[in-house]
Design a binder for this molecule. Structure first.
Ligand code: COA
Length: 213
């Protein structure tokens, strides 16, 4: 009986591997079609959703891992990684060795993510409110000027917990940790642990930064 189970498991593994290879190829084609700048050693697990506004930039640094499937990550993900620039001149950059699981990152101005960051399952990083706050024009707005937007910067070695949200204008200092489900609306000092809604400092990270390669 266990020999049969082993054989079935082996077959499933072969199927999983074949799916992974096909999806990785599809992901490469998608990034190529969107003219995303992809450095060497990037790992694509599943197919991310990528949309680049004309004349904007999306850069993915060396050895970045984008995980868009639940099978490949302990927590599972609710959707593939989403990378979007929303306006011309917007920039979205992901630093070397950063790992991202099913997160959504949207840049209307600029979202800059440092090196060696961990972006937890289904985190959301956005630098815009997407719609004006005034009811007039909120539904069918054409005026980008009325939409609150400001650059987001996430320093090196930052750990974003699962399902947190980082909103417009936030600067997260190097080495910090953002708790699961936190809503970050203001700057986070380097080396802090923040949690809650709105996120507040609840602790300090011990230990130095990981050595860069
Ligand atoms: C933020 C976190 C790292 C803090 O861990 P910690 O340093 O051990 O902190 P503690 O458990 O001692 O909590 C410190 C305080 O913050 C609060 N807190 C901790 N995590 C919180 C959270 N996610 N939301 C709201 N409050 C939180 C605690 O209630 C406690 O408050 P108190 O001092 O008033 O009692 C941890 O709670 C967390 O969210 N881990 C999940 C990380 C994650 O999402 N991993 C998956 C990524 S794919």
């Amino acid at each position: 009986m266990s020999a049969l189970r082993d054989a079935v498991l082996g077959l499933l593994r072969v199927g999983d591997r074949a799916t992974q290879v096909a999806q990785s190829l599809m992901a490469r084609v998608r990034l190529y079609a969107e003219a995303v700048d992809v450095a060497e050693g990037v790992t694509l697990i599943g197919v991310p959703i990528v949309q680049r506004a004309p004349d904007s930039r999306i850069d993915i640094g060396p050895r970045v891992v984008l995980c868009s499937t639940s099978r490949a990550t302990a927590l599972g993900v609710a959707h593939p990684v989403v990378l979007r620039t929303l306006r011309p001149t917007a920039t979205l950059s992901i630093g070397a060795d950063t790992g991202i699981s099913g997160a959504t990152i949207c840049a209307a101005v600029s979202v800059q993510i440092g090196a060696r960051c961990l972006i937890g399952a289904d985190a959301m990083i956005v630098d815009t409110d997407f719609h004006p706050l005034a009811p007039a024009g909120r539904r069918y707005a054409g005026d980008e000027g009325g939409i609150g937007s400001a650059a987001v910067v996430i320093g090196d070695d930052v750990f974003l917990g699962a399902r947190c949200a980082v909103l417009k204008g936030v600067n997260i200092g190097a080495g910090s940790v953002v708790g699961c489900g936190a809503v970050v609306v203001s700057d986070v000092p380097s080396g802090s642990i923040v949690a809650g809604n709105p996120a507040r400092v609840v602790g300090t990270v011990r230990g130095g930064a990981e050595k860069a390669r």
